[in-house]
Write a protein that binds this ligand. Structure first.
Ligand code: ADP
Ligand code: MG
Length: 675
């Protein structure tokens, strides 16, 4: 059946239809799915004496007493005196509405809706709506307030919504009948009506809950049904090389690491290409899981590509892989934009003829000239740093390759399940044994010297430190001046203690050299802009000093703090803040002091900041939600996920009679295809 256009609604002409289109509305169905951004509660009549500074709104009947004029900046202006039903006098200041003189005859009665201000003992109203009847004025009702653009008015929108609701009535249910009572939801016809014209405020939230749930359920179902099911398979065992690597480690793997490796290996040995997310807090040991499972692929004669977001990190990983894996005969290569000329040519040919087993690099891995002989496994470190397109480009190089995306962005589980509905998820919950939680101190400017002393003690113990300065802007001179000044001050504070300055504008070779010296203990501390934020792993570093900590977001602070506490040594994080702190900054710093748990921090971050940035391109490129709010609706997210899992298990094809409404909802795309 063709969709009924919005232009069918009275009062919606070409211009209004164009404006509606930019709100994503082109059909009557779109219109009923347009969520009001707020409501205007006119249920109780409010006369003049009910108006206050806090709530100046009035909605009542008035009787016109007289007309007069006064001069204002907009010229001759009409003033109409009137009384409400209590007999309280009021004045309507009719700016640019001189025509009202013809309409509002003396003695006539009107219903008014507006905001009254008391001025010299008289109530004055300058912005108001007038209606002939109580009904028209919306008195006694709750009215929706829509987002508007262009020429649209609330009145036209309300009429269009009202028309659409009537024209499409009764709106069919989208859920199996038993779900409504079991989950406490509203039938859809009622829900849509209540979304636009609720009888009481809670009715609107109940309606929204139903619609949010339906939207999430349909989304989960579309994803889950497409995920091929490989049935239950026996766990695959470790291969020879894997066992060798594990035996050579100076520590035992955590149970979570072993489990994650098992899950990955089992996926790899299955028929269907793996798409798995490995989630684990900073320092939980994700990299090792990647190397172990890389060996599994290599053992089977496949090539492995490992992609990191920065050259620095890619090089660190290449060094790490060389130390762990080359003894096992793995042939390792490194690629980035800076690998050029003859060495690039050799590298490319070794990938093409299969003489390289494992290539580690930056996004240069998916340059067009990179061709693999037999790419079987792609590992993406810090996956949230890459755009969707970058990830897809790499996947195209090995169309059936298994993919492991690693992330420390600790997303609450329910959210992960939704945002990554098309992934399987492995989680490293526990930290390696013997780790002590990092002790975090908030340090105000005037207590700096104490902090310097504590860090000095760590130097005497042979431990190392980072001093991090915020990078305010990518290319700003002033930032550099700030870190430089700070470095000079620190040199005076710690005479004779070897140190280096590292910032984003140094060439990568130089950065790498500095990091190597630091790793080998030739430097005791680094003064850095936040280039150390991601992934750097130097276990002997025990102090992280973050200057202007209030300028960092929670996720960045947590990442930075994660650079220490990577061994059994006690570690410290000092968050230095200045005098003027916003409430939000205070809240962030408090969270940092209270907990080391990345998942808790992410939840707090969601509360403080909302999901937008945390989800990055997932949120903007994939999830367009009309009703659900991922910040506040975690319980609905969870409910939708578990219902979807149950339904797919019982009736993947949605063929059972009771699932017919769902089959229709999933098929017609109305719930998932938003602007
Ligand atoms: P992340 O998950 O943040 O990427 P890494 O993979 O960089 O963490 O690991 C952090 C550090 O922990 C590394 O120095 C690594 O060698 C070490 N590590 C990994 N697994 C274990 C373990 N099971 N026991 C002790 N140390 C471990
Ligand atoms: Mg890492």
């Amino acid at each position: 059946m063709a969709e009924r256009r919005i232009t069918e609604a009275p009062g919606i002409g070409r211009k209004a239809a164009d404006d509606l289109l930019s709100l994503g509305v082109s059909t009557l169905r779109d219109m009923i799915g347009l969520r009001p951004r707020a409501y205007d509660d006119r249920r109780t009549e409010r006369r003049m004496r009910d108006a206050s500074i806090l709530d100046p709104s009035v909605a009542c009947r008035i009787t016109v007493l007289s007309h007069s004029e006064f001069s204002s900046r907009s010229g001759r202006t009409l003033k109409i005196s009137a009384v409400d039903d209590d007999g309280t006098r009021l004045e309507l200041l009719c700016f640019n509405r001189y025509f009202l003189k013809q309409q509002m005859h003396i003695g006539s009665q009107w219903y008014i809706y507006g905001k009254a201000m008391r001025n010299h003992g008289v109530y004055q109203i300058s912005s108001f709506e007038l209606k002939r009847t109580r009904e028209e004025a919306g008195i006694g009702r709750i009215l929706p307030i829509y987002p508007l653009t262009g020429s649209l008015t609330e009145k036209a929108m309300r009429n269009a919504a009202c028309y659409a609701l009537m024209a499409l009535s009764p709106i069919p249910d989208a859920l199996p009948d038993e779900m409504y009572s079991r989950l406490g939801l509203m039938h859809h016809d009622k829900a849509y009506n209540a979304l636009h014209f609720p009888s009481f405020p809670e009715e609107a939230s109940m309606a929204l809950r139903t619609l949010s749930f339906t939207e999430l359920l349909v989304m989960e179902l579309s994803v889950l049904r497409e995920r091929p099911s490989d049935g239950a398979r026996r766990k695959s065992g470790q291969s020879r090389m894997e066992r060798k690597l594990i035996a050579s480690l100076p520590f035992a793997l955590t149970d979570d690491q072993l489990n994650a490796a098992d899950e990955i290996r089992t996926d790899m040995d299955g028929r269907i290409p793996m798409n798995r997310l490995l989630q684990g807090d900073v320092g939980s040991g994700k990299t090792l899981v990647a190397w172990i499972t890389a060996l599994h692929a290599i053992d089977k004669g496949r090539q492995v590509a490992f992609m990191a977001p920065t050259e620095l990190l890619a090089r660190q990983h290449a060094d790490g892989a060389a130390a762990l894996l080359s003894g096992l005969g793995v042939r390792i290569a490194f690629i980035s934009g800076s690998v050029k000329g003859e060495s690039r040519r050799l590298l490319l040919s070794s990938l093409k003829d299969g003489t390289t087993d494992l290539v580690i690099g930056t996004h240069a891995l998916f340059s067009e000239d990179v061709v693999f002989r037999n790419l079987g496994y792609v590992i993406i470190d810090e996956q949230h740093r890459f755009g969707v397109q970058q990830r897809e480009a790499l996947m195209r190089k090995g169309s059936n390759a298994d993919i492991l995306s690693m992330t420390a962005t600790p997303i609450p589980r329910s959210l992960a399940l939704t945002l990554f509905a098309d992934y399987s998820v492995s989680v490293l919950r526990s930290m390696p044994k013997g780790r002590l939680p990092v002790k975090t101190y908030l340090v105000s400017e005037d207590r700096r010297s104490e902090m310097y002393r504590s860090v000095g003690v760590e130097f005497e113990r042979g431990h190392q430190a980072y001093f991090v300065y915020p990078r305010i802007d990518d290319e700003r001179e002033s930032d550099l001046r700030d870190v430089t000044t700070m470095h000079e001050a620190l040199k005076k504070e710690y005479p004779g203690v070897p140190s280096a300055l590292i910032h984003s504008r140094l060439p990568d070779d130089e950065k790498m050299e500095i990091l190597r010296s630091f790793r080998e203990g030739r430097l005791s501390y680094l003064v850095a802009t936040s280039v150390v934020e991601v992934g750097i792993d130097i276990p002997n570093a025990t102090c992280m000093v973050i200057e202007h900590a209030d300028r960092f977001g929670l996720a960045a602070l947590h990442q930075l703090r994660g650079r220490v506490g990577r061994s059994s040594l006690a570690s410290y994080c000092f968050l230095v803040y200045g005098r003027s702190l916003s409430e939000e900054a205070k809240a962030r710093l408090r969270v940092m002091r209270e907990t080391n748990d990345g998942f808790r921090i992410a939840e707090k971050d969601l509360e403080i900041r909302g999901p937008g940035e945390i989800m990055g391109d997932r949120q903007s490129g994939f999830l367009h939600l009309r009703f659900a709010d991922l910040t506040s609706d975690l319980d609905i997210v969870e409910m939708a996920r578990s219902e979807a899992e149950r339904i797919v298990k019982e009736d993947r094809g949605l063929l059972k009679a009771e699932n017919a409404p769902l089959r229709k909802a999933v098929a017609d795309g109305h719930w998932t295809m938003h602007c």
